[in-house]
Design a protein around this ligand. Structure first.
Ligand SMILES: Nc1nc2c(ncn2[C@@H]2O[C@H](COP(=O)(O)OP(=O)(O)OP(=O)(O)O)[C@@H](O)[C@H]2O)c(=O)[nH]1
Ligand SMILES: [Mg+2]
Length: 296
């Protein structure tokens, strides 16, 4: 059978995690309209009868701003090195610029078989697609380009077949029923962060880490979860909590609903908001919050 690892690389907000989720068939990575949603390498595993694809979703390529983004970019660089295939995800709807072409060529030059998923075709004029593909070929990019929409499920079977064709022969790397390398506790923290990304302006979620202090499945089938939302400044804490706690109550309730769906259990959620001044520039705190390591 065919089996191997595929690094999913691209600019922040390109649609990498959305694509991985739909190809895996389950939500393994959170998604939001804001850049820098993914902070860790997350494996999403698609197992079919004749092949297994291990996708490694990565933090999107983004200008470095602090110690946390440095670590995220390192995670992406390390992930792209040791894989069988690179799937470069390009947001077609955002246009094809010089910098995109340079980035694509930089990854193509690594010597790993590479495919390009040209995504979000559902929200762009179709006639731009062949023009962009031609521009890429004329710039010397020789890998196959697959126009897709993860949201509308367009052309995904063809992309998947292209990935499988590029994989080596080998045994499964994971058992059939495993879809991710991350724990339930990790996903619970991520679901909380996803709701914060969706509700608040960019500055707040980018400075937030979520730390789960208690994750307890009880005998009666319920789940008790205590977590800290760690932010960078006292005024961020005030915004997160909102007037009489209304904002926090709303965001926690959205998160709890998703946690219940994910865990298949009733969740009792307790949320605290804490301030750790400028934690994104403090290596010890970044490590303490679980970033920059393979496992959390
Ligand atoms: N219309 C449309 N929107 C999409 C598609 N794929 C992703 N999106 C949207 O694009 C935004 C970014 O998606 P993500 O999957 O979080 O992007 P990402 O590349 O993982 O982003 P980072 O983790 O920040 O690097 C979200 O609002 C998605 O809903 C698509 O095929 N069509
Ligand atoms: Mg992502």
């Amino acid at each position: 059978m065919k089996s191997g690892t595929v690094a999913v690389i691209g600019r922040a907000n390109a649609g990498k995690s959305t694509l991985v989720n739909v190809l895996v068939g389950e939500k393994v990575a959170i998604v939001s309209p804001k850049p820098q949603t993914t902070r860790d390498r997350i494996l999403g595993i698609a197992t079919r009868e004749t092949y297994q694809i291990v996708f490694a979703d990565t933090p999107g390529l983004y200008k470095r701003r602090n110690a946390l983004t440095d670590i995220m970019m390192k995670t992406t660089a390390v992930t792209s090195r040791d894989v069988d295939v690179i799937l470069f995800v390009h947001d077609g709807h955002a246009g094809l610029h010089e910098e995109d072409i340079a980035l694509i060529k930089q990854y193509a030059a690594l010597g790993v078989p590479m495919l390009i998923a040209y995504t979000k075709i559902d929200i762009m004029p179709k006639e731009r697609i062949p023009a962009d593909v031609r521009t890429l070929y004329e710039a010397g990019v020789s890998c196959d380009v697959y126009p897709v929409s993860a949201r509308k499920g367009q052309n995904l079977a063809r992309l998947e077949a292209g990935i499988v064709a590029a994989l080596p022969e080998g045994d499964r790397l994971f058992p059939d029923d495993v879809v991710s390398d991350k724990s339930e506790k990790f996903m619970v923290a991520e679901l909380m962060r996803e709701k914060i990304l969706l509700k608040y302006d960019e500055e707040i979620p980018h400075g937030v880490a979520v730390v789960v202090n208690r994750f307890e499945r009880r005998e009666n089938g319920t789940c008790a979860i205590d977590l800290d939302i760690v932010c960078e400044k006292a005024n961020h804490k005030a915004i997160l909590i909102g007037k009489q706690g209304a904002a926090l109550k709303e965001v926690a309730s959205f998160a709890r609903a998703d946690m219940e769906k994910f865990l298949g259990a009733k969740v009792f959620l307790t949320v605290y908001v804490k301030v750790r001044e400028d934690w994104r520039d403090r290596a010890r705190l970044i490590r303490e919050f679980g970033y920059g390591e393979e496992e959390r």
